[in-house]
Design a protein around this ligand. Sequence first.
Ligand code: T3D
Length: 263
Amino acid sequence: MDERPVLVEQRAGYRVLTLNRPQRLNAFTEAMQQALAAAVAEAEADEGCRALLLTGAGRAFSSGQDLNERITPSGDVIVPGAALEKYYNPLVRKLRSLRFPVVAAVNGVAAGAGCNVALACDIVLAARSATFTQAFARLGLVPDAGGTWLLPRLVGQARARGLALLAEPLPAEKAEAWGLIWKAVDDDALMAEAEKLCAHFATAPTVGLGLIKRALDAAEDNDLATQLDLERALQREAGSTPDYGEGVRAFLQKRKPQFTGRR
Ligand code: T3D
């Protein structure tokens, strides 16, 4: 078995990152967090990278924090907090603010922080057999990795409270119906669908897509007047890219645009 906790594959214009501890349902260890942060940073630094696909090896996406790392050899529990500050919170902030789209292909169980890392991605595709579980309450913990922020925004307070307080698995099709994720697809179609999306993003106007991400995240805290001002500023920025000119010319010339994704 490949011992690397995160596998990185290069594609034309995007990268596939696979959480790779299948025997532990891809639970996050410190080594996996470090490998993931490094892989994301390398993708971000690569000008040719215009999308990221995040998935898991084996039958799970991720079961969240590896609980073996939360107990000392003498049986004492380690009070959480440090790993959130050092790994989970920077990861979630990074996924949301990356200059290109991030697609999660949720191939099976997504539990605890594994669920919320998936939900922090821009587009969440899930295999029909996948489930989303806010497992925290089973341990006496609070949903983290952005869960308490994202859940009510995605599905409303009633469903967010049910998911968080009951910690029951939510099947992928229901997650789609509730608006928690973009789409549930047949299990054997998941990776092809996710790669198709990333291939599309790899030829898209990347700067504009990054600005869309920024606008939608800012809208969560802004009033309408502030958001209108932000849209004007971002539109000026997007409209100054070569891709905007290419988009307009291609439309008028009735041809497919050739976007470079550059400023
Ligand atoms: O810093 C901080 O600590 C704060 C951050 C907290 C973030 C969190 O994510 S807290 C939540 C942690 N996650 C969980 O509580 C989920 C724990 N796992 C489960 O409840 C179940 O494994 C699942 C419902 C996800 C799947 O159940 P099932 O029956 O399909 O599989 P399984 O048999 O339970 O798991 C297979 C193996 O993976 C098993 O090992 P074994 O018996 O074959 O040797 C199991 O112990 C291991 N495993 C699964 N999840 C974890 C894990 N080992 C360590 N940590 C895990 N999270």
